[in-house]
Structure formats: C-alpha cells, structure tokens
Design a protein around this ligand. Structure first.
Ligand SMILES: CC(C)(COP(=O)(O)OP(=O)(O)OC[C@H]1O[C@@H](n2cnc3c(N)ncnc32)[C@H](O)[C@@H]1OP(=O)(O)O)[C@@H](O)C(=O)NCCC(=O)NCCS
Length: 175
C-alpha cells in the first residue's frame, strides 16, 4: 500500500474516537495490549486521552498510519525513562485495523518509530509481546533480539494466562 502516511497523532476530536474503535476492535480480536475483552468505550477513551496528553508533554509519541483520511494503525514510542536511561525508548500499543492487516502497515509503523527514536537520540529500543497471539515473528523480522520469556505474565483478552517475550534492538549506531 503505497499511499499510507505515518504521522504523529494529536488529541483532536476526530482522532480520539477512531483510536478508541481500534483499541476495542483489537482487544475483541484477542490482541494482547494490556486490556480485557469486552473493553468499554469510556475505558478506551480514558486510555487514549491520557496517552495523547502524555504525548503533548513529550513523554511519548503516538504515531498513526493513515490511508487518506482513514486511520488504519498506530504504534507508541515511549520516551519517558529514568535519568540513567536517556538512551532508551520503548515500543508499545502496535495495532492495525483488522481490515488492513497483512498489508505491511505494522512494518511501516515500526520503521517510522525506529527512525523517530534515532532522531531523538535513542540508541536502544525495547518491547514485549505476548507469547500466545503476540507479534514475535514481526519483531524478529525487524531485527529485534529475544532476551527471553516470562511465563504466565498476563491474562489474554478473553482469559487464560500467557507468557511475555522481551525483545531489544540497538538503533542509530554504526554496525
Ligand atoms: C501484530 C499486528 C500489529 C500486525 O499488523 P499488520 O499490519 O498486519 O502487520 P504487517 O502486515 O506489517 O506484517 C509485517 C510482517 O510481519 C509478519 N507478522 C505480522 N503480524 C505477525 C504476527 N502476529 N506474528 C508473526 N508475524 C507477523 C507478517 O507476516 C509480515 O511478514 P512479511 O513482511 O514477511 O510478509 C496486528 O496483527 C495487530 O494489530 N495485532 C493485534 C495487536 C497486537 O498483538 N499488537 C502487538 C502487541 S505487542
């Protein structure tokens, strides 16, 4: 999909409801993004409003993938870390609308998040993903290294425990 544009999202009236729809849809489809199904609209709204306020404070960047006027995916780059970790950033809340999956949207979002991290002087990216129904294959294709698994880390959206896989990648440095 060549017309996809990746942009930082802001807390505006048009964006918030679409992010809310995306989060509810993702959780209902079994995506492990820290919520349980069914996710209520107010809970999803609170999450995204807080996330976008944190973005306004510079603590994170919420990137969106746009197909024209349609928001089809998102990823968050977390930047707010203790003073002894100024070189680190974390990838979170990567999701693609169900109808747009398998078209390279997440790959583009991840590439954009990585480029942004480098632009902000970050040299180490970390992330975690559920062992069951997570996106480990995607992260490995993008060059992330698996550190290991913590078993029984979290509940899946429809119940039952799953482990989590911890990944890292050095960025913005000569090989
Ligand atoms: C994971 C998710 C973001 C992938 O989005 P997507 O836009 O369909 O992914 P892409 O089309 O960009 O995939 C890029 C590559 O990664 C692979 N991939 C994508 N999702 C994968 C998964 N869950 N497991 C393994 N490989 C995956 C694709 O096969 C593709 O490989 P290719 O380029 O060799 O063909 C999407 O399935 C989703 O929203 N899942 C629910 C939320 C979630 O689990 N997010 C991750 C939380 S850590």
């Amino acid at each position: 999909m060549s017309s996809i544009e990746i942009k930082a999202l802001t807390r505006d009236a048009a964006t918030l409801p679409v992010l809310v729809d995306m989060l509810i849809e993702t959780v209902a489809a079994g995506g492990s993004v820290s919520f349980m199904h069914p996710l209520s609209r107010p809970a999803a709204e609170t999450f995204w409003a807080n996330a976008l306020m944190a973005a306004e404070r510079g603590e994170r960047v919420v990137l969106g993938a746009w197909d024209g006027d349609t928001l089809v995916g998102t990823v968050t780059l977390l930047l707010d870390f203790p003073v002894n970790q100024p070189h680190r950033a974390e990838i979170a809340k990567l999701m693609t609308r169900l109808a747009y999956r398998g078209k390279g949207i997440a790959r583009r979002l991840m590439r954009a998040a990585e480029a942004l991290a480098v632009e902000k002087g970050r040299t180490l990216l970390v992330l975690d993903t559920a062992t069951e129904e997570g996106a480990s294959g995607l992260y490995e294709k993008l060059g992330f290294t698996l550190t290991g698994e913590i078993p029984d880390f979290a509940l899946k959206p429809h119940g039952g425990l799953t482990g989590t896989l911890i990944y890292w990648k050095r960025v913005g440095q000569p090989a």
